[in-house]
Design a protein around this ligand. Structure first.
Ligand SMILES: NC(=O)c1ccc[n+]([C@@H]2O[C@H](COP(=O)([O-])OP(=O)(O)OC[C@H]3O[C@@H](n4cnc5c(N)ncnc54)[C@H](OP(=O)(O)O)[C@@H]3O)[C@@H](O)[C@H]2O)c1
Length: 187
């Protein structure tokens, strides 16, 4: 079990008297301390955060006694979050990837990830769909992948991703996809 704290801005402000104020940071730290207490009490096993940029994570890590186990952020082949993932890897924080299918049709999203030719490789090669290839990509990137569908047949399809693997070459091809998305929830 984990608890997700909300992403908050971690910035310093200076008061008129020249004092360093950071009320928002205090809020995040307070949340972390409460969660850490719950871990100590055995009520929570791990702490997770969501929509934290490297800067926000770094702010938390300055104070946290317990490093968050996961950071839940948008991550898919056209929005890989390279910088954030590298930072998280050095701190052993897992990417929990939401919107792994690109959320085509959502306001502001103008490119359909699932229509990208490279994601059709498996449809042609071994009968997997672009959605399955995209989910598999996330798994092989080491992400914990969250998918969602209101259609039972798609839920089934989305779980049917553990009986094949993308080769190194396939992963490299997918890596060539342009990074065109913006997080729907600013980090
Ligand atoms: N922490 C956060 O800030 C945050 C933000 C966003 C989302 N989330 C969570 O992350 C999870 C997934 O996020 P999401 O809904 O944005 O992303 P998603 O799973 O990438 O996309 C869901 C959309 O893709 C469609 N879809 C699902 N399976 C498909 C398939 N096999 N082929 C084609 N289309 C398919 C769904 O339509 P149908 O329903 O019609 O199948 C739905 O429109 C949710 O549980 C959500 O609560 C968290």
């Amino acid at each position: 079990m984990f608890v997700v704290t909300s992403g908050v801005l971690l910035g310093h402000t200076i008061s008129k008297e020249g004092l360093l104020l950071n009320p928002v940071k205090v809020e995040a730290i307070t949340q972390m301390q409460q969660l850490e207490k719950m871990v100590e009490e055995g009520k929570v096993r791990n702490i997770g955060v969501s929509n934290f940029s490297s800067k926000k994570l770094s702010g938390i890590l300055d104070y946290a006694k317990i490093v968050p186990a996961v950071n839940q952020v948008e991550c898919q082949p056209m929005w890989r979050q390279d910088k954030l993932r590298t930072f998280m890897k050095t701190h052993n924080i897992t990417v929990c990837a939401y919107s792994p299918l690109g959320t085509w049709g959502t306001a502001g999203i103008t490119v359909n990830l699932l229509e990208q030719p490279v994601l059709k490789i498996f449809s042609e090669k071994i009968g997997k769909t672009p959605a399955q290839e995209s989910l598999r990509w996330g798994i092989q990137m080491g992400n914990s992948v969250l998918q969602k569908s209101t259609r039972p047949e798609r839920v089934k399809e989305n779980f049917d991703v553990f009986n094949f693997a993308l080769s190194k070459d396939d992963m490299a091809e997918i890596e060539k996809l342009e990074q065109v998305y913006k997080s729907r929830f600013p980090l």
